[in-house]
Design a protein around this ligand. Structure first.
Ligand code: GLN
Length: 539
């Protein structure tokens, strides 16, 4: 299919009524259906907050910070985009108000606008339009789907809606707006209510944007009457009122959207041919396996944000992919590391077939993580340490096997006598926090005959990073002599990226984040093998 800037189509996804309706999943599902029809698609998220990126945001505020190949710290929705599409995103796929203002202000200081008053319209809106169109520039994509964060009516999202209004005017049928709304069910009246949707569309109209398609999130099916009513009040055809019913798995949404013909409505509106049905056989096979697993196992995830699943989104999704690959449902026990102590560690971890110790920053909950690792190391329970989880495994081993009782990371204890985890050399001179960690994809060489080389089926890999601290190579020999092997090394910097424990059924710590690369089409080999090991230890 020929593509150029002129033929790239732009789809905007806005949200109304409430937040958390799943714009990211709807965007990813539509993208999946278009991709399954042979189109190239990318998805972009515009976030209306002032932070330059979510890298500096507390996971309590915004969930996990997702990292792209090129080292962008992004919104967790980008993880969904990659997991659904199996194509990498980049810096350009996540833009915040902070980034928009930063570049406008830099241009102003350079003198690019000399003489002009710099204003929201046109300067900020032009920058937004530029960032949206950037992704379509080289004709790389047939479709660019842009999700606007927040809810229509918020002060923060106004410039974005205005930018969409202008783009729609310029592009005609090359663009369209999908508005995701909520149709609440009132139990007392036993009725689905359309009024919030009507008001939300009215707000869009006040800003000059007529949504082309309404995707209506609902807990009950929408009958024809409701659909007609919504169509009548919101100026759309009945076929453009799409039901998005609650479902047990986000991975079922593309199939639900196909059933509702969302992709067909989009293609027709954009005057594109509707020749065949999307090729979703593999996706369907994944759903079938997901729905009827033969086995069930319980795996523990020890972290300090255990009450918030969004903080560990990519790990949780990777376990779903890996479980499905193993014909197994993974029941996740989220364990708050701060609540683990010497007296209850056994009780907290009892019955688990495998334990993951999560990534993280700072001192809080560290002791619980280390205690958990002692327990799984001594009891031969499969263990997977990710980033800080790997660092904790190193500290635990130093203290309890090498008898370096005060070993620590200099992140938690800058004055430790045995800094087995220490700040990376190039990080020492960095004092600003935003975007300054070791970020993005780095190569890693795996030792021949190591467990990880067998798992990956290769001795050269590349994985994504997000950290400042590292294994201290001054201790490497002592670790190796006692059975903790460095089996993954960065070829350029010699940093230790993977440790494995000899004589343990499955004990692997990785300095990188494999969870960022697991997708439905390509579940991550380390997660697959970890679940396999956990399953094989099943009583
Ligand atoms: N806090 C650790 C570091 O900066 C680990 C980071 C992480 O787990 N992502 O090295």
């Amino acid at each position: 299919m020929p593509t150029s800037t002129e033929t790239t189509k732009y789809i905007f996804v806005t949200g109304g009524v409430t937040s958390s309706l799943g714009k990211g999943i709807i965007s990813a599902s539509l993208a999946k259906l278009l991709q399954a029809r042979g189109y190239t698609v990318t998805i972009q998220k515009l976030d209306p907050y002032i932070n330059i990126d979510p890298g500096t945001l507390n996971p309590y505020e915004h969930g996990e910070c997702y990292v792209t190949e090129d080292g962008a710290e992004t919104d967790l929705d980008l993880g969904h985009y990659e997991r659904f599409l199996n194509t990498p995103t980049s810096q350009a796929n996540n833009v915040t108000t902070g980034k928009i203002y930063q570049s406008v202000i830099e241009k102003e200081r350079r003198g690019d606008y000399l003489g002009e008053t710099v204003q929201v319209i046109p300067h900020i809106t032009d920058e937004i339009k530029h960032r949206i169109q950037l992704l379509g520039e080289n004709g790389q994509f047939d479709f660019v789907i842009t999700e606007i964060g927040g809810t229509v009516g918020d002060i923060e999202s106004l410039p974005y809606i205005e930018a969409i209004r202008q783009l729609k005017w310029d592009m005609g049928v090359r663009s369209l707006v999908i508005h995701l709304t909520l149709i609440p069910y009132l139990a007392a009246a036993r009725e689905l209510k359309t009024k919030p949707t009507q008001h939300s569309v009215k707000t869009m109209l006040e800003y000059g944007v007529q949504p082309d398609i309404l995707v209506c999130r609902t807990e009950r099916p929408l009958n024809d009457n409701i659909k007609s009513k919504i169509a009548l009040f919101c100026n759309v055809d009945v076929s453009s009122v799409i039901e998005s019913i609650d479902t047990s798995s986000i991975y079922k949404v593309p199939l639900l959207m196909r059933q509702e013909k969302l992709d067909i409505v989009v293609l027709k509106k954009m005057k594109l041919p509707v020749t065949c049905m999307p090729e979703m056989k593999k996706w369907q096979a994944f759903i079938e396996k997901l729905e009827s697993p033969t086995h069930t196992i319980e795996i523990g995830l020890v972290g300090k944000y255990a009450e918030l699943v969004d903080s560990y989104k990519s790990i949780i999704e990777s376990l779903i992919h890996a479980g499905t690959e193993n014909d197994c449902k993974v029941d996740l026990r989220l364990i708050h590391s701060e609540q683990i102590d010497e007296n209850n560690v056994e009780e907290k971890l009892k019955g688990l077939k495998g334990v993951i110790v999560a990534p993280g920053f700072g001192d809080r909950g560290i002791d619980g993580k280390i205690l958990s690792i002692t327990y799984v190391r001594e009891n031969q329970i499969p263990f997977f340490g990710i980033c800080l989880g790997m660092q904790c495994a190193v500290i635990e081993f130093a203290r309890n096997v090498l008898s370096l009782h005060h070993a620590h990371s200099t992140e938690m204890d800058p004055d430790t006598t045995d800094p087995v985890i220490d700040i990376m050399e190039e990080q020492k001179k960095i004092h600003t926090k935003g975007g300054t960690m070791r970020l993005g994809s780095y190569p890693c060489n795996l030792a021949d005959n190591s467990k990880v080389a067998a798992i990956y089926g290769s001795t050269t890999i590349a994985e994504r990073h997000r950290h400042r601290f590292e294994f201290n190579n001054a201790y490497l020999e002592a670790f190796q002599q006692h059975g903790m092997l460095a089996t993954g090394i960065n070829p350029d910097s010699e940093l230790v990226e993977i440790v494995e424990l000899q004589g343990h059924p499955w004990f692997v710590g990785v300095q990188f984040h494999p969870e960022y690369k697991s997708t439905v089409a390509a579940p991550h080999p380390l997660f697959i093998d970890f679940v396999r090991a956990a399953l094989s230890g099943k009583a």
